[in-house]
Design a protein around this ligand. Sequence first.
Ligand SMILES: [Cu+2]
Length: 110
Amino acid sequence: MWIRMALMALCTLFGSGTLAKTVEVTAKEFAFVPETISVQQGERLTIVLANEGALSHNLHIPELDVEIETIQTDGMTRHSFTPDETGTFDFFCAVPGHKQAGMRGILRVE
Ligand SMILES: [Cu+2]
């Protein structure tokens, strides 16, 4: 848990004062929470991905060339990127079968 707190502190530290947003996304069988993420065009988005499931999970957004690494149970990782085009982009877990089982969501860039 201290890792989680340290990560959140880092996010606060580096995210303040700029156009930036941090969203914590939980992965489990078989869903992401939240399943919809909204961000402004040009806003730096940090996704903190936490695995609260029993299986390994990841998060990919192919249209934006985002591939967040696969993490194990109780693991956490973070990934920052800046969407430079508006639209709605599908994200999903790329572990075979997981997208089909419900691990999918939408990133809305406004
Ligand atoms: Cu998965």
